[in-house]
Design a protein around this ligand. Structure first.
Ligand code: SAJ
Length: 443
């Protein structure tokens, strides 16, 4: 097969935050693209030229309009269109089970079955979803071969090119981030021919298992780095140090000229927890690849530490209420921030859910505010009025701008409390203003 813009037909399976921008970029590059999604509403929206992705995504609305005019991209729920596709990019969700942390491949398996049943000879299939190491060999290949009766490499080509996307930067990431491309050399060379139409970043060719381990591993590494910062915060609280000052001075060490890159030396940010669509799940995908073979310690422990942090916010609240001589069951608590990351509306796996569950076990009156999340866009003065404590869970810029004296005036209580999960307020200033202040790593 050859990759030619006016000839190669591309199908994108899954029109979420990965598949939708990828489909648009290939259409913009001049390919005929059909996006397949099971969500009828979403398909209708896309075919009316409406961007289905929520949240601030620079350039995505404009690209939606530009491609809509070119009329070479359409969406459908009809999986039979794979019959005409020369290239099929799979970008469906690959969550892990809450209890077992095992991959939940429902979407992936059903997509692969539909593709296998409609597989065209000599087509190129590329898996962009994040998958546990070994999935290409043990799940993807057998389903595609089993459903199609064709043989990989001989009758069709199969590659793994894991997405590396952050909400809020989708188009920028697809175009500029370096990518890893797993498959046999002939296949990765062909896939490179395809991706060069939309990717400016470097493309590193390797094999399936390496590509799978790199993607899950890079996020597991970040999770461990964050867990270290969180454990440092807990240690600093116990030892009476300010973790933010400690972190600043540790990172100051980067001034020492040495070979390691500064980023590798940077201690990460302690906080109220780790949410999002990838960091909480990818470590589990990574170790699943070695299930029953070895018993990893650091990676599960990092998950445990990071999952503890929203619970620790509750501990800090209880300590502060005790100092204030207040009973949790008779106070109002204002939780600031529901989204999992600052200045985002993305709430997937938000640590705030864990905190709300714990608060829900008390009689406290709890109110949540978040300027980016539809259900919580409440006026701050209404939320703060009469609140004995605020718990800062998400570092939205809006929260950092609130003056402490204004905060105190709005709360209108004696011995007001700040539990600061993201180092948004200055402890000394808060105390001077009359707050009981408990910050993660700085109490
Ligand atoms: N967090 C901390 N401390 C930190 C960094 C993050 O507590 O030092 C928390 C955040 O508050 C958030 C969670 O971790 O709740 C995840 O934050 P994130 O910055 O990792 O954002 P994500 O989930 O969008 O991660 C993505 C990942 N990108 C891909 O999977 C392609 C990750 O690999 C990136 O490193 C990360 O974006 C990034 O660099 O922003």
């Amino acid at each position: 097969m050859q990759i030619k813009k006016n000839k190669t037909k591309i199908a994108v399976c899954g029109l979420g935050y990965v598949g939708y921008p990828v489909a648009l970029l290939f259409a913009k590059a001049g390919f005929e693209v059909v996006g397949v999604d099971l969500n009828e509403e979403k398909v209708k929206k896309i075919n009316r030229g409406i961007n289905p992705i929520q949240g601030k995504e620079p350039g995505l609305n404009e690209l939606t309009k530009e491609v809509y005019k070119k009329d070479n991209f359409r969406a459908t729920t009809d999986q039979a269109i794979y019959k005409d596709a020369d290239v099929i990019i799979v970008a469906v969700e690959t969550p892990v089970e809450d209890e077992t942390h095992e991959p939940a491949y429902i979407a992936l398996k059903s997509a692969l079955k539909a593709i296998g049943r409609n597989l065209k000879k000599d087509s190129l299939i590329i898996i962009e979803s994040t998958i546990a190491p070994g999935t290409m060999d043990n799940i993807v290949k057998p389903i595609l071969e089993g459903e199609s009766g064709l043989n990989v490499n001989r009758d069709f080509l199969l590659a793994n090119c894991p997405e590396r996307l952050m909400p809020g930067h989708l188009l920028e990431n697809i175009v500029n981030y370096n990518r890893v491309l797993g498959g046999s050399p002939k296949i990765t060379a062909l896939a490179r021919e395809l991706y060069k139409h939309i990717i400016k970043g470097k493309i590193d060719e390797t094999d399936w298992i390496t590509a799978e381990v790199v993607k899950a591993g890079e996020n597991a590494y970040r999770d461990v780095q964050i867990a270290f910062a969180n454990e440092m915060a807990l240690l600093c609280e116990a030892m009476g140090a300010n973790v933010w000052k400690v972190r600043e001075l540790i990172n100051e060490c980067k001034k020492v000229k040495d070979t390691r890159s500064e980023a590798l030396r940077q201690m990460h940010l302690p906080g109220a927890g780790v949410g999002g669509h990838c960091i909480p799940k990818d470590p589990w995908l990574l170790i699943y690849g070695a299930k029953d073979l070895i018993d990893p310690k650091i990676i599960p422990l990092a998950r445990q530490i990071n999952n503890f942090m929203p619970r620790h916010m509750m501990d800090l609240l209880k300590e502060a209420l005790k100092e204030a001589g207040k009973d949790i069951n008779s106070v109002k608590i204002a939780v600031l921030g529901y989204a999992y990351a600052g200045n985002s509306d993305d709430c997937r796996n938000t640590p705030t859910d864990t905190l709300l569950k714990l608060l829900g076990q008390t009689e406290a009156k709890v109110i949540v505010q978040d300027p980016f999340v539809k259900d919580y866009k409440l006026p701050l003065d209404q939320v703060l009025k009469g609140a004995q404590a605020i718990i800062l869970m998400t570092d939205h810029d809006q929260y950092k701008k609130i003056s402490l004296s204004k905060l105190k005036k709005l709360m209108k209580v004696t011995k007001p409390i700040i539990v600061d999960g993201r180092n948004c307020f200055n402890k000394e200033e808060a105390q001077k203003t009359g707050f009981i202040y408990k910050g993660v790593g700085n109490i």
